[in-house]
Design a protein around this ligand. Structure first.
Ligand SMILES: [Zn+2]
Length: 363
């Protein structure tokens, strides 16, 4: 299939960027209630040599702006010279959601369920199609930067369909310690882009409405690693200290309503039956202790201690049996100022994490 725009490979949105140059552009994607054009900012960076086209997107969910901060930093303080190929940076895809500090488009639809979009459908579906046809279909690879949804945080993890060798190699090159293997939700940018031949991974890291320093550093290191893997920049991708690839994850949910006292933080390794949180009344009486159903790693968790029955508390990833011991040893030996340890510390900074109370152990 001929790719749109193949006649003028330097034209992205309303600007043309020549080989060896970089510059800003805009893509007209929709219209607002005042009838003005909605134009999303693009930044195009081309190496002198031919190479792959790599797309980096953020804020497909308009409130998930860690990636927006990472892309801004990449544009303002580039840490490498792009030798080959094209880098297409989109700091905010869902501009209409972003302007409302919201995950959703104004029609209350989730853009990340509407790809590849249709020209006759809803606002979200048309928006998705304009972005998909003009940008995504022209790219060979994509990195889609997300955070956890509101009131949750994620320890940085890559999501990718690891059944294909090209995507598996790209996902491993990113250098995350945790890779969750799945196809992605139908209609997501990742799933649709992969189906259209654009090799795409997602990073899930941190919280909404924040630009978190360690998460930005993690995202930038990953982008850097992927470009090195594709030989678009000099150097070798850095390797993670350990690697867990899993397709087994589970949200542990609250049994009762109450107020949680956390015993784990994002990135914590837990044994089977280890306490995750103690659920108490507002006056501190214990209702129950929530425990890990299997040994695993805390992939994400709620940041809001008040819960109702069924509310998600902690998202656990379950690696292959027996691998956690080894990983625990590796983590213990990591320097305190390593990015991994700083991430763990930063993501837990605003959470009260305590040891489980003596009496709770008998409950
Ligand atoms: Zn998201």
């Amino acid at each position: 299939m001929a790719r749109a725009g193949s006649t003028n490979s330097g034209r992205w949105g309303d600007a043309t960027v020549r080989a060896g140059e970089r510059g800003a552009s805009h893509l007209t994607i929709s219209e607002n209630y005042a009838g003005s054009n909605v134009r999303i900012p693009l930044f195009i960076w081309r190496g002198k040599k031919k190479g792959p086209k790599v797309l980096v997107t953020a804020a497909v969910h308009g409130d998930e702006i860690n990636g927006t901060g990472a892309i801004r930093q990449l544009i303002m303080t580039p840490s490498f010279e792009l030798l080959a190929g094209t880098l297409i940076l989109v700091p905010v895809v869902n501009l209409l959601g972003f302007e409302r500090h919201s995950r959703y488009l104004p029609d209350r639809r989730d853009l990340n369920r509407c790809f590849p979009g249709t020209s006759e459908g809803s606002l979200a579906s048309r928006f998705a199609k304009a972005f998909f046809d003009n940008i995504v279909r022209r790219c060979d690879y994509a990195i889609d930067l997300h955070t956890a949804a509101v009131r949750r945080t994620n320890f940085p993890n890559v999501r990718a369909d690891m059944t294909g060798t090209k995507l598996a190699a790209f996902a491993r090159a990113f250098g995350a310690e945790l890779i969750v293997n799945n196809e992605g939700t139908k209609g997501s940018l990742r799933q649709s882009a992969c189906a259209a031949g654009c090799t795409t991974l997602t990073l899930e890291a941190g919280e909404v409405w924040k630009v978190e320093p360690a998460v930005v550093e993690f995202a930038l290191r990953g982008i850097h690693n992927c470009l090195a893997h594709l030989e678009m920049i000099d150097g070798e991708p850095s390797q993670p200290a350990y690697l867990i690839e899993t397709d087994a994850t589970k949200w542990v949910r609250a049994k009762h309503g109450g107020f949680l006292q956390f015993h784990v933080a994002p990135g914590t390794i837990v044994e089977q039956d280890e306490p995750i949180a103690t659920n108490t009344s507002l006056t501190g009486e214990e209702q129950n202790v929530i425990v890990a159903p299997r040994e695993g790693v805390v992939l994400g968790m709620t940041t809001l201690p008040s819960v109702a029955p069924g509310d998600p508390v902690c998202h656990l990833a379950f690696p292959r049996h027996g691998t956690l011991r080894k990983i625990e040893r590796v983590v213990r030996e990591m320097a305190d100022d390593s990015l991994h340890q700083r991430l763990r510390e930063d993501l837990a900074r605003n959470m009260l994490v305590t040891d489980v109370a003596e009496e709770a152990e008998d409950a």
